[in-house]
Design a protein around this ligand. Structure first.
Ligand SMILES: [Zn+2]
Length: 292
């Protein structure tokens, strides 16, 4: 998630004004949705497709289904990159009719164990700034992934190989990346953010750099990387974000060792004081647990 909301048609049904999919690599299409600037990605094979991330509400998901149908007549399987609402609350609509939903086992557990708490948390987070989005979130039937991944799963989608990988914890406990080798493309979820700073509310800021380093091993000079939010990027952008996350992680370790207040550590940190403060608090909690 990002901390800002766009001006798109949240929760107001099929307005027909939102953007369609854009092909960013051979047979791989990205739709950048104005509300939260979140990406959904469609991989199209021969007679079958795969849809990564399903947006926030039933209304948004119906729009997304129509956008998919404008690209391909084929049936699709669903993948969720993680458990945040803007990536999986459209599952009930987009997986209707028994379509498989893939996700990391931690993502499936988080969604299965406390759907009501998650709905309430995000409703309360958004009700003041985007009441339409909040109302839509409150009505969602949460559908967890029914096909889970621990480290790797290799799918064949209409003849194309698509590899789902958990490279370690970072943005959440259950981040999954989707690798499409024949297109030299990787869908990163919110492990990589282009349109705003990374989001740390459920993050593991001390582990995130290692996870991005592992991602870097999958990327070549011409690789296309689809971030969770914002414009498509490349390997250099991922390297830059890795460097900033590494600097932040060391700042957190040093601050913890020195007994520095979280606010002081966050001031002047990468990604700005607000995002960094959340990261420092998460990192401090992790270090306190590790030393107990
Ligand atoms: Zn997220």
């Amino acid at each position: 998630m990002t901390g800002s909301t766009g001006s798109g048609p949240a929760g107001c049904g099929s307005s027909g004004h939102s953007a369609g999919f854009v092909e960013v690599a051979a047979g791989v299409h990205v739709r950048r949705y104005p509300v939260l600037d979140v990406n959904s990605t469609l991989v199209v094979g021969e007679g079958e497709a795969l849809l990564v991330d399903t947006l926030s509400t039933d209304a948004q998901a119906h729009e997304l289904a129509a956008a998919v149908r404008a690209v391909t007549p084929y049936p699709w399987v669903v993948v969720n990159t993680h458990h945040h609402f803007d990536h999986c609350f459209g599952n009930a609509v987009l997986a209707a009719g028994g379509r498989p939903v893939w996700g990391h086992e931690a993502t499936a557990a988080l969604l299965a164990e406390r759907p009501e708490a998650l709905r309430r948390r995000w409703y309360e987070e958004w009700v003041a700034t985007d009441p339409e989005l909040a109302a839509g979130l409150a009505e969602v039937r949460v559908v967890p992934p029914d096909h889970t991944v621990r480290t790797t799963a290799t799918l064949t989608v209409g003849g194309r190989t698509v590899i789902l990988r958990h490279l370690g914890r970072g943005h959440t406990a259950g981040d999954l990346v989707v690798h499409v080798p024949d297109a030299d493309l990787l869908i990163a979820g919110d492990l990589v953010e282009q349109s705003g700073p990374p989001s740390f509310e459920d993050a593991f800021p001390l582990e995130w750099p290692e996870t991005l380093a592992a991602m870097g091993h999958l990327l070549g000079p011409d690789s296309v990387v689809v971030p969770g939010h914002g414009a498509v990027v490349g390997r250099n952008f991922v390297r830059q974000q890795h460097a900033e996350l590494t600097a932040l992680a060391w700042r957190i370790r040093d601050g913890h060792a020195d007994g520095a207040p979280a606010e002081a550590v966050a001031a002047g940190a990468p990604f700005g004081p607000q995002a960094a403060l959340t990261a420092v608090r998460r990192g401090y909690a992790e270090l306190a647990g590790a030393t107990r």
